[in-house]
Design a binder for this molecule. Sequence first.
Ligand SMILES: [Zn+2]
Length: 314
Amino acid sequence: MVEAKNWSIIMQDIVNILYEDSLVAKGLKEGLIVNIGDGCNTRFWEDRWTWDLAFRRDFFDWELEIHSTFINLINSHFPSRGFRDHICWCFESFGLFSMKGLCKWIEDKVNEGEQWALPSQVRKIVPPKVRLLFWQGCYNKIACKQNLLSRGVSLEDNGLCSLCSQAPETADHLFLHCLLSWSMWSDIVKREGVAWVPPNSLVDLAKQWDFLCVNSDPILWKLIPYSLVWFLWVRKNDLVFKDKAFNREKVWDMHVMQIKWWVKAKWKDCPYNTEQFNANFCNIRMKMTAVSVRTTTWQPPTLGTLKFNVDGAS
Ligand SMILES: [Zn+2]
């Protein structure tokens, strides 16, 4: 909670975002609308209205009734002295702003025209920072050595892989083609009894992934690439920045454990323990209703305070 006396600094930062050329700015401008009440805070000629009724052609007979229904609908709301003009958030059914709604709008925009789409189950279970890393990996936007070199950073080893020192460190190499990484993907696919040719890139892997699931639960299967890529990145950074040895077994155990924790966060009564996730992954079945259960509800802040909702998932 933030005291109201600091609100102007915070609000200024928020308002500044609106002037940026970013998806956040576009989402805020599109999502925030004014619900007209008594009109006191509305500048009729200057404010931007959300509809424009200039149609480009005459209607066909069969469209006249639809047009009439539409006009009746938008004319059903009259300015009222009963309540003041107020701002609504049109990406949520109750009109209340939420970062979740804004993030979903941005994700949908980012994924428009993409060659693969983020599965909705993944969005519900995997934290945004992990999804972001995976997306950055697919499009080679991570700070791997080859990208650092292209930004002018000088590296003594000419950007060789931090794990194997055998090939240039690109996102695709680090997450997929490096022998250490590849051996883990191979073990996972072997568990399904599938013969697999290494995909050319992480984005190709993302596109193929669902088709490789034979024995495992389809939802658990979708979580694997996110968990594995995340821990390959975390342990690679531990090696580079903390001089901690890269241990394949540790990465394997952590990626399985992470999937278990993501599942347990959504499915409180999950009967499976870590050992079962490790030894029996293919036989674990997710309860489909589990992923949509909400355990907390949002409460509005008291008067005079600002409230920030933070996603504390890791
Ligand atoms: Zn390597």
